[in-house]
Ligand binder design. Sequence first.
Ligand code: FE
Ligand code: MN
Length: 348
Amino acid sequence: MAISKIQMTKERITADNKRILNNGRMVDCNQLVPIKYQWAWNYYLDGCANHWMPTEVPMQRDIEQWKNPDAFTVDERHLIKRVLGFFATAESLVGNNLVLAVYRCIDNPECRQYLLRQSFEEAIHIHAFQYIVQSLSLDEGEMFNMYREVEAIYNKDEYAMSCTNSVLDPSLDTNTKEGLQTLLKNMVGLYVITEGIFFYGGFVTMLSFGRQNRLPGTCEQIQYILRDESIHMNFGIELINAIRDENPGAWDKDFEQEIIKFIINAVELECAYCKECLPQGVLGLNTNLLREYVQYLADRRFERLRLPKQYGSNNPFPWMSEVIDLKKEKNFFETRVTEYQTGGALEW
Ligand code: FE
Ligand code: MN
């Protein structure tokens, strides 16, 4: 397999020579320009325009609220800890998959430019949860071990990672149909399932606190993460579809069925996780509404993957689309200006 080696040739490379997976043809993973995949470069620019750092977000009000025994019910505290506990390690799983498995296989320079940007964003997200856990003085051992100790979290992580090992295998050959399917399935596990479904139970429940001005610093960070993640997922789906278009044999009917099942099972795991986080309803949320939302999201993902919708559910939380879609001058919860269009916006 050629993807682990950089082959130098003396022939000139043009944009037309470029492929998403060069697959040992005329391998060049260093020439960003001339650009063939403008969309990948645009995602990179979008990611840079959204730059933020966790430690810029004040946590004082969160600390005061969290210390106040009357500010949260027992169920609310359970929910918040389960959500933070899931994210605390999930961001690391994503980062590792990205750097060790996906980056190795995707050797087009425009796509790699975005993958490098995304990798740094995952580092920022990991940092964010470390910063939140530390600010609120949560038990670090408890939070960072939840993916081992809480079954519903373990099941999600285990599921998303189940197809990563075969991509890490040095004998993986993306010149074969089987090898390509292995890579594509892992990419669906990362971009569609983890970032596009498994993160959303946590997003919608935490942002429900933010809408009531509770844990405003935590929720502001989660809002930035959500904004980043929606770009990650959109890039990932575009990348999956581009690989598919360049390798028409790989995505056959059997594989399509396998991917549909893969996503349907993920929806069930996310619903089980929501049930574990939220055994009783809080904040107008309950497991039925969350199921409807997760199914609604899955249908959107199916459409983007050019697959038939499976559920026909409606969006019970239309306000979430506003949080995701709007390039607001202020953040959704009106705490501070949040657009980082230039590095000059930072104060030193
Ligand atoms: Fe992330
Ligand atoms: Mn991500």
